[in-house]
Design a protein around this ligand. Structure first.
Ligand code: PLP
Length: 357
């Protein structure tokens, strides 16, 4: 079969999603299934929906359009603040978008009026991770302005932590978001529908059994696809971490010294070459590189060690086994490796199992 390729096991993704849907339902939280790492794959989207996620979220309007074209029936949220230049496409294809700028909401309102549609807005609040978000002290004013725009419905508020600075979405941060929701409700005499607490980094908090307060939605991607929470990247109990794997083919396999020889300068990617002498090793080269994935995000099978990578070569030490040319090796991936592989035109995507639910 062709290599490199991603093998996507829909049964395992379904199991992961179903398990988290059930565990979070007990805590009063529903899931927006985030598809941004899948390039809008209709197979994966349909699998998440059958497992019971409430809605789909993607950071790219192109992916949302691809899912619409493939007839995926779902509430769809654009989870990155819309570009003004894409306002028309956003109101046409996304039901809701996450927002932080009044000028963007104004443009969404104009676009929605033109298209005779209404567009839902979730206002994102900055709670310390320093990526997107309205400063808490400015939220009330933003709500007031948002409510004035025609063809715009305020759907709720949300926050995103653990992405840029690794700030943990703990009980304190979630209580802060709940309190903001209460305060907006009290001021405006309404009830915010969506209080979206965050991403896969929120699962430690959400599954531990503490009070979840007003939080009723999490936007989950990595945990559904790769079975890990994202604060420590630990496997989540009962979930598959190999629902998606990357397979690459051996193109050279030779015993070689572990240390380069000659006058040493920079490498192709600017890194320093290996310095320690470990004698001869079984050096195995795979046809896989930076153009296909993030080599740093690959998890090799036992007995195989990743030594380095360039744009097209992954260098490994295959230990005593000494793999033969043409052999295939299966890697697990982290999120970075998955995103890069999914979006690489050099990597085939093979769906292993159709789900029959
Ligand atoms: C990517 C993203 C998510 C999903 O994050 P995971 O770690 O994959 O669960 C949620 N919300 C926003 C705003 C995102 O950009």
């Amino acid at each position: 079969m062709t290599a490199p390729r991603l093998e996507i096991d829909l049964e395992k993704i379904h199991h992961n999603a179903r398990t988290l849907v059930e565990r979070l339902a007990e805590r009063g939280i529903s899931i927006t299934g985030v598809t941004k790492a899948t390039l809008g794959s209709p197979d994966i989207a349909a699998t998440l929906l059958r497992a019971g996620v409430n809605a789909l979220g993607d950071s790219r309007i192109e992916n949302i359009e691809a899912m619409r074209r493939a007839q995926v029936q779902a509430l769809m949220t654009l989870i990155r603040s819309p570009m003004i230049s894409q306002a028309d496409r956003v109101v046409m294809h996304a039901d809701i978008s996450l927002n932080t700028e009044i000028d963007v909401i104004s443009n969404l309102s104009s676009a929605a009026q033109k298209a005779r549609r209404t567009h839902g807005v979730v206002l994102m609040v900055e709670l310390g991770d320093l990526r997107e978000g309205i400063m808490p002290g400015d939220l009330e004013d933003m709500v007031r302005k948002t409510l004035r725009f025609p063809n715009i419905t305020l759907k709720g508020i949300g926050t995103n932590l653990a992405c840029r600075s690794g700030v943990s979405p703990d009980a304190e941060k979630m209580a802060e978001l709940s309190a903001l929701a209460d305060s907006i409700d009290a001021t405006f005499g309404s009830k915010l529908g969506i209080v979206s607490g965050g991403n896969s980094g929120n699962l430690q908090w959400a599954l531990r059994g503490a009070d979840t307060g007003r939080i009723n939605d999490l936007r989950l991607g990595e945990s559904l696809l790769l079975g890990r929470e994202t604060l420590q990247r630990q496997p989540i109990d009962g979930l598959h971490t190999d629902a998606i794997t990357l397979i690459a083919e051996v193109i050279e396999s030779k015993p070689k010294p572990s240390r380069p020889w000659g006058k040493i300068a920079q490498t192709a990617f600017g890194e320093m070459p290996p310095a320690t002498d470990r004698g001869h090793i079984s050096q195995t080269i795979l046809a896989l590189g930076h153009q296909d994935t993030d080599p740093c995000g690959l998890i090799a099978p036992p007995g195989i060690e990743i030594l380095g990578a360039s744009s097209d070569h992954l260098i490994t030490n295959s230990g005593r086994s000494g793999l033969s040319v043409g052999a295939e090796i299966t890697f697990q991936l982290n999120y970075s490796a998955l995103v890069r592989a999914m979006t690489s035109p050099f990597v085939a995507k093979v769906v292993l199992s159709q789900i029959s639910v």
